[in-house]
Design a protein around this ligand. Sequence first.
Ligand code: GSY
Length: 171
Amino acid sequence: MEIAYIALGTNIEPREAYLTGALEKITEHEEIKMNNISSIYETDPVGYTDQADFLNMIIEVETTLSPMDLLAYCQGIENRLGRERDIRFGPRTIDLDILLYGEETVSTDELTVPHPRMHERAFVLVPLAELAPSYSIPKVGERVEDLLEKLPEADKKGVRDWSAEDERNDT
Ligand code: GSY
């Protein structure tokens, strides 16, 4: 049994439904137990910036699946939810990225764990800091909350609590 962290991202409507659909499908697997989920954040696109804002969140799961089997299951969910891979860093219905798998490192053509860019992305570190602030990322050797602290303010401003926005709209 290992603890893994998976990042979810979507920037094609209905974004919330894609997140909910992915969470449902994750919990359908008998070898995956959902331990914890972060808040949902609305985030400015990073990399290819000429695209819509994302909704991002992170889940903590406990699983007996190997990293490669977990990857295959996540890719199956992306396909079932209609993900097409036209533009490499472009818009997507749903993206499921394995960030961390216990203390293990994986380096194959299909999968790199820890995710190679996670330590520099505010849309990953902000939700991850909710679930695992003290987690020291293998290879990087630094804790999530320390990495987040070091990120430029401009990057952090691009990550907004979307649940809080919902509450504001209700009043
Ligand atoms: O790697 C995830 C896809 N992605 C995202 C994302 O999920 N959120 C934000 N804010 N920017 C992104 N750029 C890419 S590519």
